[in-house]
Design a protein around this ligand. Sequence first.
Ligand code: NAI
Length: 219
Amino acid sequence: MTPRARIPRPTVKRLSLYLRELEALSDRGLQTVSSKQLGGALGLTDAQVRKDLAFFGQFGHPGIGYSVEELITELRKILGTDRQWNACIVGAGNIGRALMPYTRFRRKGFEIVAVFDSDATVHGQVIAGHKVRPMTDLKHLVPERNILIGIVAVPAAAAQGVADQLIDAGVRGILNFAPVRLEVHDQVSVLSVDFSQSLEQLAFQVSLGLTGSLDERDV
Ligand code: NAI
């Protein structure tokens, strides 16, 4: 088995795709799947699927393929989603409000357990079952509710300050929606989500008349 830190990032991204596909197969009642079927559903070769999974050990059964449930369990363990991750949202604006009712996070092991905003006019509002709290509550609620992931959905100018507060309170991972590069120390992970960057990439592809998937599936 390869040490986690040396697994290529595109492989880790594909693990999430495999997991999503396997969960869909499980919903449809399928019990086994071959690397060819799994790869085919995602536009990947069976060799790619086997190569990705080989980083983590031997999962398949010769002549049968993979047990869908077994592979789901293994992938959740590898991705760390076999446990519950408590997360908070900072910024109860358009993005924050769009994320709050999204119940599929819970199925994936992510629970939004607190929402914060600096605007006093929204404090106490309940959105999709989540009460919006003042930023002054963040410092004690993060450790109290075992929040390890913070979702930053505030304007760009406020994002670094919010990230600093989250990290000071004990958050270890930040999902950043603000269009700025966040500076964090090396004990913290940051992942930025940027729809405009994705749209630019897509526009570039379309303007050149290129087709095919732009999803990060290549090694
Ligand atoms: P919004 O203006 O609707 O909401 C922002 C919320 O953050 C407000 O409720 C405001 O009171 C709160 N806020 C402001 N300063 C704060 C602070 N210091 N501490 C705590 N809360 C604070 O903004 P929207 O549309 O939800 O966008 C949020 C962020 O997401 C922006 O940075 C925006 O540029 C970005 N964005 C990112 C996209 C992406 O693809 N990643 C797409 C659209 C927006």
